[in-house]
Design a protein around this ligand. Structure first.
Ligand code: SF4
Length: 323
């Protein structure tokens, strides 16, 4: 059992500009003082980041047939998951969806494409779509296009892309269990290229894939070492057809505790609760936004539905925060 003073001592350390150690993070994650942990994570969030919740809408702009074998992913060509697969959507469709996201109250719009890396023709078309959206819709444009070269990342930066998403997905020591077609180092490489090009970095991961608490913290510290602007926290939905189909869902309190401890590890980053939020957290979604998270994905995910944006924005207001 961890005494409540330990949790608040860690909070004061973080608020005064210090960092917690791996051992301290382990003690926090193991604590039975869940309310204290959540309240302290919330204090760190509000003190260092204010009362705003970052609300982002996604579009799956190119779905399925990815040549990688990430075992949690419904879009991998290795698995038959019954998802709708389609090539890159036409620019007009992307513009239309960006307008809808803006009208629904989203502050950013992310074009997500299932590639290892985009073929030249698709990359060109994506660049055109970014230019069109930026000229017609007043919304920040983010992208997630798989592995990047520095030259391409610089082009995206020049086009006004705000943030590039490339998740680490899992701890380095766990990564080989979830993917054989590329390595953890490949993902780190793209994350570093994104920063080098001057783009903001969005990089997060998935919890509930069978990793240990230590591995969950290892991922948190690896993410922190990249100094990302945003960290999406996905909670696995074991998709039928993937090797993780039928996985037991994570205990919602464990998910909330992980979010809270990641807040201690990354005090000033946008911690965005993402895929799996509605399925696993249910009535605890509000608690997550009072326990360290300060961002949400709204309106659904890549291959699963989600809350309607107006429902999410009402929820944010109800708990006294601003979208
Ligand atoms: S690289 Fe991305 S889209 Fe492709 S299988 Fe892995 S997670 Fe899915």
């Amino acid at each position: 059992m961890t005494d409540p003073t330990f949790v608040s001592d860690c909070m004061h350390k973080v608020l005064s500009g210090g960092s917690i150690t791996f051992e301290e993070a382990e003690r926090l994650l193991a604590t039975s003082e869940v309310i204290e942990l959540a309240e302290c994570a919330n204090t760190i969030t509000r003190t260092l980041n204010g009362n705003t919740v970052d609300v982002e809408a996604l579009i799956n702009a190119k779905s399925g047939t990815c040549p990688e074998d990430c075992s949690f992913c419904a879009q991998s060509s290795f698995y038959d998951t019954g998802i709708s697969k389609y090539p890159l959507l036409p620019t007009e469709v992307l513009i239309e969806n960006a307008k809808k996201a803006k009208e629904a109250g989203a502050t950013s719009f992310c074009l997500v494409c299932a590639y290892r890396d985009p073929p030249e023709k698709d990359f060109h078309q994506i660049c055109e779509a970014i230019t069109e959206i930026r000229s017609k819709v007043d919304i920040a444009v983010n992208v997630s296009l798989g592995f990047m070269t520095l030259a391409r990342a610089r082009i995206l930066r020049e086009l006004g892309v705000k943030r590039y998403n490339h998740n680490l997905e899992a701890a380095e020591s766990f990564f080989a269990k979830i993917c054989k077609t590329h390595e953890f180092a490949d993902r780190i490489n793209t994350a570093k290229i994104v920063k080098q090009a001057g783009l903001e970095l969005c990089s997060g991961g998935i919890i509930g894939m069978g990793e240990s608490n230590r591995e969950r913290l290892e991922l948190g510290f690896s993410l922190a070492s990249l100094h990302p602007d945003e960290v999406p926290i996905n909670i696995l939905i074991g998709r039928e057809g993937t090797p993780m189909g039928g996985f037991e869902p994570i205990d919602p309190i464990e998910a909330i505790k992980t979010i809270a401890v990641w807040r201690f590890i990354m005090p000033k980053t946008i911690l965005k609760i993402a895929g799996g939020r509605e399925v696993h957290l249910k009535d605890k979604e509000r608690l997550a936004l009072k326990a360290g998270a300060n961002g949400i994905i709204t309106g659904g995910y890549l291959t699963t539905g989600g809350n309607a944006p107006n429902q999410d924005i009402a929820m944010i207001k109800e708990i006294g925060l601003k979208a």
